[in-house]
Design a protein around this ligand. Structure first.
Ligand SMILES: Cc1ncc(COP(=O)(O)O)c(C=O)c1O
Length: 393
């Protein structure tokens, strides 16, 4: 079956966070796709809506089965039913874990540059962010394990938040890397939260490894957040799952999720997610192919037209991480300039900390015609920036 990812949807004035921008602006910032979700999901949600009764919901058996089957078949990881808990989103689960699994003043390790909301979840609750900066050499990111061990060994470090695969650099961590992280965290009594929300958006031929599947140690010290919301564009459904193999940790988190009142689904959450996992696989495969071609289009265009911008992203996510150091080390200023000059709205890498200040993040999950428009605007913006003599070269 063919799916039409080229179709231009007008999302202005639809209450979309991404598209709540000026008339001339083209937003490629937040991780939200400009594609309709899988047709099977829309059908199931319409059918659910047609019942016309929206009372309190339970989490039915089909929800557990859909997650179990998907992870078993696609990621070769057997999630036991009792390990799974419904949650209204990954960010609510992260915030809850910060509160439940650590104390005020504790250190929480994150690998920067990384998804910025982690910092808010940590700092809003009076904990400290301890940055294990990813090493950046020859256009590649890798984990600095010596630094990681130093940060984990600090007596006040009690938790690590891992992003697997990694937003924004697009890396898929290997089994060996994950097992090593697990071993170090175990040694230093550090609890691991693995955020795997981007796991189904790998390039064709690339598969991610669930952290909890990397070793028994990893399974025993961790909680994993998974969801259909990135792969099927369902963020507004407010639905995710946490997976906690260890019973003690699970009971602690279950109390936290319940007392934060984030453990009950809205009327469409279960319907949308079960339809996605049970009937959306073919759509997802086409999407992965389309995204791969979009990313190639950006690489080819930049190599030919804006060679000063280097794409450093790995094979996961639809977010491209653009090194602009040859133009400026103030990506915030460059992003603002491009937005004012051309209307193209990208994310400044500085918000992800680490070495992000000389990077921009670009969301490529849109119809190709829109991406081409974005690339022309990007080229025009960078040339104008250079002409205005703002560069540091
Ligand atoms: C790494 C990561 N975690 C979590 C989220 C958001 O999760 P949710 O919408 O389920 O709260 C995002 C959204 O971009 C993300 O990139």
């Amino acid at each position: 079956m063919d799916f039409d990812f080229d179709r231009l949807e007008d999302r202005r004035n639809t209450g979309s966070l991404k598209w709540d921008v000026k008339e001339n602006e083209l937003p490629l910032w937040v991780a939200d796709m400009d594609f309709k979700t899988a047709p099977a999901v829309t059908r199931a949600v319409m059918e659910r809506a047609s019942r016309g009764i929206f009372g309190y919901e339970i989490v039915p058996e089909e929800w557990y089965e859909a997650y179990e089957r998907w992870w078993q078949n696609r990621h070769q990881f057997h999630i036991q039913r009792e390990w799974l808990i419904f949650c209204t989103g990954v960010v609510p689960a992260v915030s809850c874990a910060v509160k439940r699994m650590t104390n005020t003043g504790d250190n929480i390790v994150v690998q920067t540059p990384v998804y910025d909301i982690f910092f808010h979840s940590i700092e809003n609750h009076g904990r400290h962010v301890l940055e294990n900066r990813l090493k950046y050499e020859g256009g590649e990111y890798s984990i600095d394990f010596d630094d990681l061990e130093e940060k984990l060994s600090h007596p006040q470090t009690t938790m690590m938040i891992l992003c697997n695969p990694h937003n924004p650099v697009g890396k898929i961590w290997s089994r060996k890397e994950l097992a090593r992280i697990g071993q170090l965290c175990k040694k230093h009594h550090v609890f691991v939260l693995s955020d795997e929300i981007h796991c189904d958006l790998t390039a064709p031929g690339f598969e991610y490894i669930p952290f909890a599947s990397a070793s028994d140690i990893c399974a025993g010290i961790s909680m994993t957040c998974i969801s259909a919301s990135k792969a099927f564009n369902l963020a507004g459904m407010q639905s995710a799952a946490v997976v906690i193999p260890d019973e003690g940790l699970r009971q602690k988190m279950e109390r936290g999720l319940n007392s934060d009142e984030i453990a009950e689904p809205g009327s469409f959450a279960v319907t949308a997610v079960t339809a996605a996992f049970n009937e959306g696989e073919e759509w997802l495969e086409s999407l992965r192919q389309y995204l791969q071609e979009n990313k190639k289009l950006v690489r080819d265009f930049l190599a030919a037209e804006v060679p000063e911008l280097m794409v450093v992203s790995g094979p996961a996510t639809y977010l491209l991480w653009l090194d602009c150091d040859r133009i400026t080390n103030d990506a915030g200023r460059l992003c603002e300039f491009i937005r004012e000059e051309t209307g193209l709205y990208l994310s400044s890498g500085s918000q992800y900390r680490g070495n992000g200040a000389s990077f921009m993040r670009m969301n490529t999950a849109c119809p190709r015609a829109r991406l081409e428009d974005a690339l022309n605007r990007l080229n025009q913006g960078v040339q104008a920036f250079k002409t205005a003599n703002f560069t540091n070269v």
